[in-house]
Design a protein around this ligand. Structure first.
Ligand code: 13P
Length: 251
């Protein structure tokens, strides 16, 4: 059966000293939880210190992006090999903020995903529609395009390593959450796409997270949906108490 994965995307927040405190608090609050995979994704500058803090704990390390080359003249980029070197196991790819502000395309997401897997990282690939796309009835076609472009050419062995995060853009940082039913509908659509492409067995094994204003108060309802297998949490993951409550809602 697929594992519930709850990841905190800290986005561009927290200095090194703050990251250290946050993960120390979280470690205490979630110690002993083994049923859920717990991941924190700090900014690059805090990866090392957080990796040291979580040694021997049940918290895993994630990054928020990576490039598709291993090294070379790519000023400003960080490669999956370098992430692995610092102890990273997961990497968020194709987040809507990267698509929106940094012109990230499905083609780039695909190249990054394939390289990350080759290096031994587990990509958390984000898909999601904008408000105007939802209102125009285009939700499923947008999600399908992102899935095809980002993941369509993966091999069965590659797709098994992927976590998919459904993050409706209109729910990110807005306080507006998709209802559990709205989210479940899209998660089911994603699982059907996976089934058609890779077969039922693989599709059933893939973790699909929901992201977008997940809070302690709504986490249980979302996580109890059949095809919602975890959460990718932004704002609420910056507070250890809130993030721990969300994790416990998945038990
Ligand atoms: P919020 O939880 O702040 O809405 O952010 C969601 C998100 O983008 C996680 O990647």
């Amino acid at each position: 059966m697929r594992k519930t994965i709850i990841a905190g995307n800290w986005k561009m927040n927290k200095l090194i000293s703050e990251a250290k405190v946050l993960v120390q608090e979280l470690k205490e609050l979630v110690s002993g939880i083994t049923e859920i995979e717990i991941v924190v994704c700090p900014v690059y500058t805090s990866l090392y210190v957080v990796s040291q803090e979580i040694k021997g704990s049940n918290i895993k390390l994630g990054a928020q992006d990576c490039f598709w080359e291993e090294s070379g003249a790519y000023t400003g980029e960080v490669s999956p090999v370098m992430l692995k070197d610092v102890g990273v196991e997961f990497v968020v790819l194709g987040h809507s903020e990267r698509r929106q502000y940094f012109c990230e395309t499905d083609e780039w997401v695909n190249k990054k995903t394939k390289k990350a897997i080759e290096i031994g990282l587990r990509p958390i690939v984000c898909v999601g529609e904008k408000l105007e796309e939802r209102e125009a009835g285009k939700t499923f076609s947008i999600i399908e395009k992102q899935l095809e472009g980002g993941l369509g050419n993966l091999s069965p062995e590659e797709i098994k390593k992927v976590v998919i995060a459904y993050e409706p853009v209109w729910a990110i940082g807005t306080g507006k959450t998709a209802t559990p039913e709205q989210a479940q509908e899209v998660h089911k659509f994603i699982r059907n796409w996976l089934s058609e492409k890779f077969g039922d067995e693989i599709a059933e094994g893939i973790t699909i997270q929901y992201g977008g204003s997940v809070k302690p108060g709504n986490a249980k309802d979302l996580l109890s949906q059949k095809d919602i297998d975890g959460a990718l949490v932004g704002g609420a993951s910056l507070k250890a108490q809130d993030f721990a409550q969300i994790i416990k809602a998945g038990l």
